[in-house]
Structure formats: C-alpha cells, structure tokens
Design a protein. Structure first.
Length: 173
C-alpha cells in the first residue's frame, strides 16, 4: 500500500515537471516569436521608407518642391502603413493619413531627430493625430550629400499586437 502511494506521488511530480517545462518553453517561444515579429516589422518599415526615399530624393536633389498631393496619393495604396515626409525644419510636407497643414511640427519626434542626424530612427508611441499607438521608422531624405528632411513610415501597433496574439494563440493552443 505504501509503495502505491509513493508511485502516485512520483507520477504527480513528473506530471508537474512536464507541465512547468511545457509552460516555460511555450512562454520562451512566444517571447522569441514576438521579438522576431517586431524586428521583422521594423525591417519592413525601414525598407519601405528607403524605397520612398529613392522615389522622393531626385525631386529634393533638383530643388523641386515636393508635390505632396501627387506623392501621398500614390503612397496611400500601401496597406496598413502610414507615410510621412518631413522637411529638415520639422514641417510635415506629406502624410498619407492626415492633411499636412493640420499637423504640428515633427522636428521634436525621436525618430525624426535621429533621421535628420543621418541615422535610421525608431520609436513606439501614441499618435495624437490618429489616436493609436504606432511603431515608427524614419530614414534621412538626402539631396546629394545634404540631409533635407526625413521619410517616416509607421504601422499601428494594434496591427502588430493582433498578429502577435494570433501567433501566441497557436503556440498555447
């Protein structure tokens, strides 16, 4: 009788170890997939920003004023993305979600500051204009060797969070 009790406790102990291990592995996998997804999203945003920069920079290099309506009209076709072209003084020249004249100066935005310094800028924060949390990536807009502005591309974090929830639901069943 005593032997049966010992085997029962040993069985429960092994079940507990298996459950704790499975939970730990699932948690780790969920976090790793989440980090991977966020890195991929940032990479996609940067690639899109660089593509927009290639399209816009010849006009900036030629000294042309950027025809905001023309460029933003074409960029609105990008799914689930918001594109903003910002001048070196922080003025919004073009935005796919809002009228530029209604928008405040973007010169103080962290990702814009980094882009105007010649770096790739990243930021995650709440957008007062759209009233959602966004992931932002900005790259410098160059005219020859001069930085004349920034191209910023962003996605709502609700989109990223929804994708992560879907992935985690698959991991945890």
């Amino acid at each position: 009788m005593r032997r049966r009790g010992f085997i029962w406790y040993l069985y429960l102990y092994y079940i507990l170890v298996i459950l704790v291990t499975a939970a730990a592995v699932s948690w780790y996998a969920s976090r790793a997939v989440g980090r991977f997804y966020v890195r991929n999203t940032k990479s996609d945003l940067e690639a899109t920003a660089r593509l927009v920069e290639v399209i816009v920079s010849p006009h900036a290099a030629a000294g042309d004023s950027i025809d905001a309506g023309r460029f933003c009209g074409r960029l609105e076709a990008l799914p689930d993305m918001r594109v903003t072209v910002v001048a070196s003084d922080g003025r919004v020249l073009c935005d796919t979600s809002e009228q530029p004249d209604r928008m405040e100066n973007h010169g103080d935005r962290p990702e814009i500051i980094q882009a105007l310094a010649g770096l790739t800028g990243e930021s995650v924060r709440y957008s007062d204009t759209i009233r959602q949390r966004f992931m932002y990536v900005a790259v410098p807009l160059r005219a020859g060797n001069r930085i004349v502005g920034a191209i910023r591309v962003s996605v709502p974090l609700a989109f990223v969070d929804e994708s992560l929830r879907s992935i985690r639901a698959r991991i945890f069943g």
